[in-house]
Structures are given as structure tokens and as C-alpha cells.
Write a protein that binds this ligand. Structure first.
Ligand code: NAP
Length: 195
């Protein structure tokens, strides 16, 4: 599951759990993106803190783990690199193991996939799962239907953008993010004006 996770919230966790259930997945590997290059840096959390928040948020669930592949690779995050590095990581941890791969992310992000690096390769290697918030019209990315699934997740009414805005405005984020994530946001003064 790829994402900025800036910050990770309950909607991401519900989405991961629901996709794991629907597709009978053994494991969901969360991969926070490296430093943003296509977005303004203002008010964003550095990659190490996004990684830390993701670890804290997923710690209690035995189906979830977090990888550093995108955090540790210099330069922009391309999904084709994420998938290659994850395969290597799995081969190191479980030699000889074969796996069926899914790439889960926001349906909005997925809608642009034709403009990503090497989309044909991504499509040939994984089944794509786009998760979306309720009431959000899904753009048809024009992808082969057998390789792509779209899933509406009611809990994705929560969004990272809204959480950052709430922190900036001094509004509570209790219950929108796991408790440990709220503590990290407060401790490091994330998303506050001037941060
Ligand atoms: P983003 O622009 O931060 O997010 C776009 C939308 O998708 C937002 O509404 C976001 O909601 C939602 N979203 C993102 N990740 C999600 C997730 N895991 N579960 C549910 N909703 C999610 O997108 P991004 O985070 O930068 O990119 C998403 C993934 O696509 C990353 O793994 C990234 O590396 C990959 N990507 C690859 C390329 C490429 O290969 N060229 C280009 C773009 C993106 P929230 O803000 O609430 O999460």
C-alpha cells in the first residue's frame, strides 16, 4: 500500500484491512513515499516522521508491516521502483517464496497512472486496487479491468489534507488518527503554522 501518509489516519487502516479481507491477502506492506518532489514542501512532514507515524499506526496488527524502500531510495518515488525493491526485500527475507502482488493506493492517485513511469510493467506485475472516499466520482483511468479493482471505503471520508488543516486551525484530531500518531504530531509540532 503506497501513500504519502502525511499523516496516516484511520481511513488508511480501514482501507488496508478491507482490501486484505476482500482479496484474502496474507500481509499488507505500507510504503510511505520518499521526500515529495511534485508537491509544495510547506507544512508537510519529513519522510522519517511519516515513516515513524506509519510504524506506530500499524504496530498492533499482525497483517501489517512497513517498508523503508521508498524512504531510503534517493530521488522521486516511482512505483515501478517500489515494486522491484519490495520483491528483493521479500526474496531476502523468504528465499524461494513466490507471491501474488497487489498495489493498493488512493483511486485519485491511480487515475494518473498512465503518466507514471513504466505503467505497462506495473500492470503486468500487480493487481491494482484503488480505494476511494464515499461520494467521490471515480475517473475511469482506462485500465484493463481484469488488472484493476476500485473499492469505496466509507472510512476514507477522513483525509490527510483535512487532518493537516484541523491541526493548523487548532481543531481536535482525536479518533481520526491512532492515538500514537496524534502524540507524534503534537510532540514534533507537525502541520502547525510556520512548521
Ligand atoms: P497523494 O497525491 O498524496 O494522494 C492522492 C489522493 O489519494 C488523496 O486523496 C489521498 O488521500 C489518496 N491516497 C493516497 N494514498 C492512499 C492510500 N494508501 N489509501 C487511501 N487513500 C490514499 O498521492 P501519493 O500519496 O503521493 O501517491 C500515492 C501512491 O502512488 C504512492 O505510493 C506513490 O509513490 C504512487 N505514485 C507513483 C507515481 C509514479 O510512479 N510516477 C506517481 C504518483 C504516485 P490521503 O491524503 O487521505 O491519503
Amino acid at each position: 500500500m503506497g501513500g504519502s501518509f502525511d499523516p496516516i489516519h484511520i481511513g488508511h487502516l480501514v482501507a488496508a484491512s478491507e482490501v486484505a479481507h476482500r482479496f484474502d491477502l496474507d500481509q499488507v506492506v505500507f510504503s510511505p513515499t520518499g521526500e515529495a518532489w511534485h508537491k509544495p514542501e510547506d507544512g508537510r512532514a519529513p519522510s522519517e516522521l511519516r515513516y515513524l507515524m506509519t510504524v506506530v499506526a500499524t504496530a498492533a496488527d499482525p497483517r501489517f508491516r512497513v517498508t523503508r524502500v521508498d524512504i531510503d531510495r534517493p530521488g522521486p518515488t516511482y512505483t515501478v521502483d517500489t515494486l522491484r525493491d519490495l520483491r528483493e526485500e521479500l526474496a531476502d527475507d523468504h528465499p524461494g517464496h513466490t507471491a501474488e502482488w497487489y498495489f493498493i493506493t488512493g483511486a485519485d492517485a491511480l487515475a494518473d497512472i498512465v503518466g507514471w513511469r513504466d505503467p505497462e510493467r506495473i500492470l503486468s506485475e500487480v493487481h491494482l486496487v484503488g480505494v476511494t472516499r464515499p461520494g467521490h466520482a471515480l475517473a475511469d483511468p482506462g485500465l484493463p479491468q481484469a488488472r484493476v479493482s476500485m473499492l469505496e471505503i466509507p472510512a476514507l471520508a477522513i483525509s490527510s489534507t483535512d487532518i493537516r488543516a484541523r491541526v493548523r486551525a487548532g481543531a481536535p484530531i482525536t479518533y481520526l488518527v491512532p492515538e500514537g500518531v496524534a502524540h507524534l504530531i503534537a510532540k514534533h509540532g507537525l502541520y502547525r503554522p510556520g512548521s
